[in-house]
Design a protein around this ligand. Structure first.
Ligand SMILES: Nc1nc2c(ncn2[C@@H]2O[C@H](COP(=O)(O)OP(=O)(O)O)[C@@H](O)[C@H]2O)c(=O)[nH]1
Ligand SMILES: [Mg+2]
Length: 368
């Protein structure tokens, strides 16, 4: 009897252990051995004590598999037929150009960029004596691809050795309130952790206590460390402490959340440049400043984005909520008008709903 119980227990242990190994091999489970998720409370500058609390276990999530194009078409997005109707066949006329311009503008490509695309295509049509609208999709596609080509979409974590020791790379996330900064950091933390990177998150949005709570929940999902400050604390001191903590832990990347709302735009921009300065005061180097833009805000979002792009040294755009927009044309406007590449796209609210932007697949999806 006792023997049977021992056999049963042994069987359970063996099956459990092999299931664990299998899951780990598939990269589905984020169990960081001897590295329990930790919440670090950023010290008030006066006392300097870091409080370390144990956080709950990391959550198990499935790894993403479908391609960017597949993800785009499942998310009810892209240009949703705006362009298809223009190219229904027949002779090219003045109306064709009007229709094409209207389609591009309705798809959020923006007035300036739309007319520049049309001018370029018209020129080619005239030069090659093209008469049929059936030939236009290939030309428009090539024009759009040309506007998306030649940008480096990688996220850099290369840091210059500071005093002989390479310090952490700092990625700043900026953008107006509600665009998806905190969510994007949460998704990206999961991805980079799966990739073997060691991270520290900085809850630099100290405007609302809920913002730090939200980021802490994301940190727990991926089992990464997070540095927080009290509500109303100086965001740059939180980022500074996060960089210090990352340096001490030999972490690769600090992902810093920021507030998107202050009394005035000037205050907001000044605060962001202070955060940036302070992030590089110690061992950290800011290697990415990612501007987060909500695809559903269209041209309105573009004019806000312009202000950030002008003052914040933006290295790339994260375009969120493309799943909720039928107007993927904003991608083209971002490249042409802001001069920075879309590096990542948000296609939902879950942890795996963040994908690398792929220009060719995107343009193909536009014309489906
Ligand atoms: N559908 C969808 N919702 C998103 C996406 N990214 C963020 N959100 C949602 O947008 C809301 C605001 O996001 P949050 O990260 O708090 O924005 P923040 O104020 O810029 O930090 C939340 O409800 C998110 O779940 C996305 O790619 N798709
Ligand atoms: Mg936020």
């Amino acid at each position: 009897m006792l023997f049977a119980v021992i056999i049963a227990i042994a069987a359970v242990v063996i099956i459990g252990a092999s299931a664990f190994v299998l899951l780990r091999d598939r990269g589905d489970v984020l169990v960081l051995d001897d590295h329990a998720p930790t919440v670090l409370d950023a010290p008030a500058p006066a006392d300097g004590a870091i409080v370390v609390d144990d956080a709950p276990e990391a959550v198990i999530e499935d790894a993403p598999t479908p391609s960017f194009r597949e993800r785009l078409s499942t998310a009810r997005s892209a240009l949703g037929g705006y362009l298809g109707s223009v190219f229904s066949g027949g002779k090219i006329s003045g109306e064709t150009w009007d229709d094409l311009e209207e389609a591009l503008i309705r798809a959020d490509v923006g007035v300036t960029t739309s007319s520049s695309i049309i001018d370029a295509v018209r020129e080619q049509v005239a030069e090659a004596d093209i008469e049929d609208t059936a030939e236009l999709p290939a030309l428009v596609k090539a024009e759009i691809v040309a506007r998306l080509d030649g940008f480096d979409r990688s996220l850099s974590a290369d840091t210059v050795a500071a005093g002989g020791e390479p310090g952490p790379a700092v990625w700043l996330f900026v953008g107006v309130n509600g665009v998806g900064k905190t969510t994007t950091i949460g998704k990206l933390a999961h991805r980079e952790t799966n990739d073997g990177k060691k991270l520290v998150l900085a809850a630099g949005d100290t405007f609302r206590a809920a913002a730090a709570e939200q980021l802490t929940m994301w940190a727990e999902r991926s089992g990464v460390d997070i540095v927080r400050g009290a509500e109303g604390a100086d965001p740059s001191s939180v980022v500074f402490d996060a960089v210090e903590a990352a340096g001490a832990r030999h972490a690769d990347i600090v992902m810093a959340d920021t507030a998107g709302r202050l009394q005035t735009k000037t205050n907001l921009m000044e605060e962001l440049s202070k955060v940036r300065r302070v992030a590089e005061k110690g061992v950290g180097t800011v290697t990415e400043t990612l501007l987060v833009i909500d695809a559903t805000t269209g041209q309105n979002g573009m004019s806000q984005a312009q202000q950030f792009a002008e003052t914040a040294d933006v290295t790339g755009v994260v375009l969120t909520k493309l799943d909720g927009s039928a107007k993927g044309g904003i991608v083209i406007a971002i490249h042409s008008e802001l001069g920075v590449p879309v590096k990542l796209v948000g296609l939902g609210e879950s942890i795996n709903d963040l994908v690398d932007f792929d220009a060719t697949e995107f343009v193909d999806a536009l014309f489906e």
